[in-house]
Design a protein around this ligand. Structure first.
Ligand code: PMP
Length: 427
């Protein structure tokens, strides 16, 4: 039994001593005290099905025993900074990670977060090409440091920006975009930016394969190959932000970009890579990585022995428990079930995504696609009361984000859909 402070005591301290921008998902914030695989427990021992996974952070399950063992064993042996000395945990994980990437992508730089990984990728693109201009997509989220906030393109997350030389291209949004699912048509905007907004040469292009914070929007098919070709022709590097869509989440592939048939020059990752411990990384080619050999890039804790020991355990669990296949099978089933709810509930405007990275967009009018903001909050709150946690996102905050731990089962999917159905019926 939990003997710690109550939710209201924690909330009081949080209000007094923590940043005013921490936000809670629910009208009555949850006090979580334990986790086990796809379940979370509050201070009263009440169990919740976790269909958000701390924003796609938990890929193998909360407190997965193999990962906890790897972390504890390494902690007992040695925790240290990443730089200065040799340690096998760091090298072993780099080797294992490189083996998951296609082509010549095999040099790893470790960081502590997704923001740091993207900052590093943008810096490398600029150093390597000698150019400054970066193209990213409207509705993207890439981080909250000055440079990544510049490439992020949602006003909710932009306030301290180094935006010089950043261009935001039209989003290949299959639900609201003017060209529907015709990816190649949206790609023309990137070529236009290169032709009319730069000197004709750029440092690079960065995008997610499925926009997570942006509301689980999978880029329209055909978009990435056309854009990668324009960017490469302009001398730029193509960066794939796999912070949410990586590590087997999309089911059909290990990385989100693979579904689009492209090979990036730099892949950035975080969240799922550590199943909850703070670690991020970029992987690039030896030729591109060389640009940093002339500079002293230093990151004290990025990829330290404990986090990399955890990361290696994550890769082993994904393999051993066939989590990619599970994400494919359970994710496809869940998407089907959610789609069939559309017949019953007019409020569902769109169901989308891939594997266990799914979105349900709520609208008050299917024709006009008017965002159902208040209803989304209400349904989310009610689902929590019934023991199911989903996330929310999209520019208007009207999209449920379903990104559970990849050990999610068909029974979990049925429970989630049942609870969503019941809650919508009670609206
Ligand atoms: N890229 C993407 C696609 C993300 O979703 C996020 C976090 N939401 C980041 C980068 C930044 O990662 P972090 O919060 O670890 O800095």
């Amino acid at each position: 039994p939990y003997a710690g402070p109550s939710a209201s005591e924690i909330l009081k301290k949080r209000n007094e001593f923590l940043s005013p921008c921490v936000f809670h998902l629910y009208s009555k914030p949850l006090n979580l005290v334990a986790g086990k695989m796809q379940y979370l427990f509050d201070e009263n021992g009440r169990r919740y099905l976790d269909a958000f996974g701390g924003i796609a952070t938990i890929c193998c399950g909360h407190c997965h025993p193999d990962i906890v063992d790897a972390l504890v064993n390494q902690m007992n042996r040695l925790q240290h900074s990443t730089v200065l000395y040799l340690n096998h945990a760091i090298a072993d994980f780099a080797e294992a990670l490189a083996s998951k990437l296609p082509g010549d992508l095999k040099v790893v730089f470790f960081t502590n977060s997704g923001t740091e990984a993207n900052e590093l990728a943008l810096m490398i693109a600029r150093l390597y090409t000698g150019c400054h201009d970066i193209i990213s997509l409207r509705n993207a989220y890439h981080g909250n440091a000055a440079g990544t906030m510049g490439s992020t393109a949602q006003r909710n997350y932009k306030f301290n920006i180094v935006q010089t030389g950043v261009h935001h291209a039209q989003n290949p949004d299959q639900y609201r975009g003017v060209f529907g699912s015709e990816g190649v048509k949206y790609a023309k905007d990137v070529q236009d930016i290169i032709d009319y907004g730069t000197c004709g040469r750029v440092a690079g292009f960065i995008s997610e394969a499925i926009q997570g914070v942006g509301g689980i929007l999978e880029l329209a098919p055909g978009y990435l190959p056309a854009v990668y070709s324009s960017v490469k022709e302009a001398g730029g590097l193509c960066i794939a932000d796999e912070v949410q869509s990586g590590f087997a989440r999309t089911g059909s592939h290990f990385w989100g970009f693979e579904a689009h048939g492209v090979v990036p020059d730099i892949v950035t990752m975080a969240k799922g890579i550590g199943n909850g411990v703070p670690i991020g990384a970029i992987v690039t080619t030896p030729e591109i990585a060389k640009v940093l050999s002339y500079h002293g890039y230093l990151n004290t804790f990025g990829g330290n022995p404990v986090c990399t020991a955890g990361g290696l355990a994550v890769l082993r669990v994904i393999e051993k428990e066939k989590l990619q296949q599970n994400a494919f099978v359970v994710g496809s089933y869940l998407k089907e079930q959610l789609t069939s709810l559309m017949e019953k509930h007019q409020i569902i405007g769109d169901v989308r995504g891939r594997g266990l990275m799914l979105g349900v967009e709520l609208v008050t009018d299917r024709q006009l696609k008017t965002p159902a903001k208040v209803e989304t909050l209400h349904i989310m709150d009610q689902m929590k009361e019934m023991g199911v946690l989903v996330g929310k996102g999209g520019f208007h905050g009207n999209v449920f984000r379903i990104t559970p731990p990849l050990c999610f089962t068909v029974e979990d999917a049925d429970f989630l859909v049942g609870v969503m159905d019941y809650t919508m019926s009670k609206m």
